[in-house]
Design a protein around this ligand. Structure first.
Ligand SMILES: [Zn+2]
Ligand SMILES: [Zn+2]
Length: 269
């Protein structure tokens, strides 16, 4: 059992310490746990640009040190991978590339949270958006994810259709060309897509991405991994068994995990 996407209280909007997530993972029977809190806003001038979104830049070394210490402490009982979930901000990738290179990270999750200037989960962003525009909005979002895959900064693409999180109608909106472009970009740049079960905590209620995107990903040979995106320790590996069942039915047989940036497959079970 794996879970490569978990947060903790440093980001300002999750609860529990790193140790709480490790303990929860042990209780749940997780074998490989990724500690992947929101990375600081590296492109900002300020130490902590958004206190309820991500930890201060000055806190990042302490985060890594604590995660590495837990990895050593729990060796032999659970494999802890040290990671971070970083924002993909078009036009501001260099501060991230610089800040994340040369660190003892196993992998970096790249996520689009800010899209066209606004938080994707901000419900007010959809006011006044016509239904007819939605396929174009979704296509632009997928193209931004594709660009993040091409950036070379990330190993895992986080919640690739999270745009639907608080605007569920977007889940079923078709954007076939942009979907295929995104999936090819992920595959061709050695990146992995996560099945993220945290949609249950938003209005959309399901997983990221939609089943149709998972099927298309299998068709294109996109490798996959699992992330609960737990913001409370109780959600570690949430719906893991259901995810395995759905992915096996589609045809996936392996998870991909990263150790110091090197991909390795594990049986999907
Ligand atoms: Zn978060
Ligand atoms: Zn995220």
């Amino acid at each position: 059992m794996i879970d490569l996407h978990t947060q903790h209280d440093r980001c300002g909007h999750a609860t529990g310490s790193l140790r709480d997530y490790v303990t929860a993972a042990l209780d749940r029977g997780v074998h490989v746990l990724g500690l992947s809190d929101h990375a600081p806003m590296f492109a900002s001038e300020e130490d902590q640009a958004l206190p309820r979104v991500a930890m201060p830049k000055s806190e990042f070394p302490a985060y890594l040190a604590e995660a590495l210490a837990l990895k050593a402490e729990f060796e032999g009982r659970i494999e802890i991978l040290v990671s971070a979930e970083a924002d993909y901000l078009p036009g501001a990738t260099e501060p991230y590339r610089r800040a994340l290179s040369g660190l003892p990270l196993d992998y970096v999750i790249g996520s689009v949270h800010m899209f066209e200037g606004r938080d994707i989960f901000d419900t007010t962003r959809w006011e006044g958006v016509e239904e007819a525009e939605l396929p174009l909005v979704k296509a632009r979002f997928f193209r931004q994810v594709a660009a993040s895959a091409r950036s070379g900064i990330f190993h895992v693409m986080g919640h690739v259709d999270a745009l639907k999180g608080n605007h569920p109608v977007l889940g079923a909106v078709p954007a076939p060309a942009a979907t295929d472009e995104m999936l090819r970009a992920i595959r061709d740049h050695g990146v992995v897509m996560e099945l993220n079960t945290s949609g249950v905590t938003k209005k959309c209620g399901g997983w990221y991405p939609e089943p149709e995107v998972l099927e298309r990903a299998h068709h294109f040979g996109v490798p996959i991994t699992f992330g609960s995106d737990a913001h409370v320790p109780e959600r570690v590996a949430d719906q893991y068994e259901e995810a395995v069942e759905v992915l096996r039915a589609i045809g996936f047989r392996t998870w991909t995990v990263f150790r110091r940036g090197i991909p390795r497959t594990l049986p999907l079970a």
